[in-house]
Write a protein that binds this ligand. Structure first.
Ligand code: PMP
Length: 511
């Protein structure tokens, strides 16, 4: 390659490296300016002839001529008839180095249902400043938190540990907390050792670490359909492909997963076998065994999200996949957030040894460690029996609320609506009467002061006929009031009445 060809090549590369869309001649101007800026094109260098460069770029010659003119006009180049175009000596800071800076050009595209989330999170102004009735989100009722217990634990911690409570903790987490969690799991029938427990800043971070360690961008994760919305958002952001697997009354359809796994290399199965988010469904023991058997035959690791399994209102506990797993193929993800203090951000991952070290190294790189103070608080709440005391209390309250929600639906919903009836957890799943659209229903409910979560948030695709309802965040009378309003909306919508069903266009762009 001669020098002129080399130069053409460098200019082409510089142009190709530019992010964003803009007219070709401007791309060329920017590409050449970047080379000058980086010192790769020094003053007095003769730029390639417009004909040669146009040939190299595969563009029309007039585009190059136009770009050269702009470079001359902006003081980056000089030209003379018959002499060609030369890089000009730059006056110190005489010319801005780049076009005005725009973030839109440098940040990577969001992946996920952000548009819908943005619309749904907009505050609704209610008359008299009333707060909306919250029937959405797998969240505990903050008003029930034992604040006096917390104040005592914090005071004691600061008195006994002083500033030591506010330093960095070990990456793996506070030993006392890891022991408490391992003991708790073991007592509940899932044998675990403290050295298998990695403390993370909420199980959301555990999910991130595990997926990043096991799945590369472009590879495939099998997820339940529907599944936890922020898991979908995370997977999309990590650039992994998703294989949605439907659920029935017994949980994940292992037979369908088998078919999918026959034609597609599945790297990880993400499942919530107990009180699944959003449906509340619990996988039967037979289904769990079938899933483990499939995972064993295909060599696929399972990530079991154990987020709200302790919130059981009726029926017998079902063993975790981890407890049934004889081949060390399951990673268990847990959190305190669904019972107590989600804002302290304490979750954990129980992982087999080879993956444990790898997760812990990644944890150090991305977060150093989880807040020590948060961990001490949670460890003390476990050790002093305060967590169990609170759990007993909220289980009885949440059981009543669940009943109020179900009674309300029986009373106020049209007979064509259907819903799941979970034995515990935070959410249940509604199938709307035919012809109703879940986003339109959600928007109208918001207008009338009730917040619900529309189906598409939980699906890789589709979900327009479903709503997720949560029974934990509000007292029973408010839940019932919310269900009555929602019932009115469903009746009106099913009857095709004017009014809200005419507002579908508001939700249009989201669908
Ligand atoms: N998994 C599921 C199924 C959840 O619903 C949530 C919280 N909404 C999480 C994980 C993450 O919770 P955290 O990070 O607070 O532990």
């Amino acid at each position: 390659m001669n020098r002129s060809d080399q130069l053409i090549q460098r200019i082409i590369t510089s142009v190709e490296d530019l992010p964003g869309e803009r007219p070709l001649n401007e791309r060329l101007v920017q590409g050449i300016k970047d080379l000058i800026f980086r010192g790769e094109l020094i003053p007095s260098t003769r730029l390639p002839s417009s004909r040669d460069l146009a040939l190299g770029l595969g563009w029309h010659r007039s585009t190059v001529v136009q770009a050269y003119r702009k470079l001359v006009a902006a003081g980056w180049a000089d030209s003379g008839v018959g002499r060609g175009t030369f890089v000009k000596q730059q006056q110190e800071s005489a010319t801005p180095l780049r076009e005005p800076f725009t973030w839109a050009e440098v940040i990577r595209q969001d992946e996920g249902l952000y548009e819908m989330e943005r619309v749904l999170s907009r505050n609704v102004a209610l008359p008299d400043g009333a707060s909306p009735i919250r029937l959405s989100g797998a969240i505990p009722d903050l008003r029930l938190f034992p604040m006096e217990d917390l104040a005592e634990v914090l005071n004691e911690t600061l008195r006994l540990r002083g500033p030591q409570a506010l330093g960095y903790g070990p990456t793996e987490g506070l030993t006392m907390l890891r022991e408490e969690i391992a003991g708790r799991l073991s007592r509940q029938g899932t044998p675990a050792r403290a050295d298998q427990i990695l403390i993370v800043q909420g199980s959301q971070q555990g999910l991130d670490l595990v997926v990043r360690r096991i799945v590369r961008p472009g590879e495939c994760v099998a997820v339940e359909s529907p599944t936890y919305s922020q898991a979908l958002a995370l997977f999309r952001n990590l650039g992994v492909r998703l294989a949605p697997i439907p659920l029935d009354e017994e949980g994940l359809r292992v037979d369908i997963l088998e078919t999918v796994a026959a034609r597609e290399k599945i790297r990880l199965i993400y499942t919530m076998p107990t009180f699944q988010n959003p449906t509340g469904l619990t996988q039967s023991v037979e289904r769990r065994r079938a899933l483990l058997d499939l995972a064993a035959r295909k060599g696929i690791p399972i990530l079991e999200d154990h987020f709200d399994a302790e919130l059981r209102y009726e029926g017998e506990p079902v063993p975790t996949l981890k407890a049934l797993d004889t081949r060390n193929q399951v990673i268990l993800l847990g959190t305190f957030s669904k019972i107590l203090f989600p804002g302290l951000r304490v979750g954990w991952v129980a992982a087999p040894e080879p993956v444990y070290d790898s997760l812990s190294r990644l944890m150090r790189a991305v977060a150093i460690s989880t807040s020590l103070l948060s961990q001490i608080v949670m460890a003390e709440f476990c050790a002093q029996g305060l967590l169990d005391r609170h759990l007993d209390r909220v289980i009885s309250i949440y059981a009543q609320r669940r009943k109020a929600l179900l009674d309300g639906m029986n009373e106020y919903f049209p007979p064509e609506a259907g819903w799941t009836n979970p034995q515990g957890g935070m959410t249940l799943w509604v199938t709307l009467p035919p012809g109703l659209n879940s986003v339109a229903v959600t928007m109208e409910a918001r207008r009338r002061g009730v917040s619900v979560a529309p189906g598409p948030l939980f699906f890789v695709e589709g979900g327009h006929r479903n709503l997720s309802l949560s029974s934990t965040a509000e007292p029973s009378d408010r839940l019932k009031q919310g269900i009555r309003i929602l019932g009115d909306i469903l009746y009106e919508g099913a009857a095709g009445e004017k009014g809200w069903s005419g507002k579908k266009s508001e939700a249009g762009p989201l669908l």
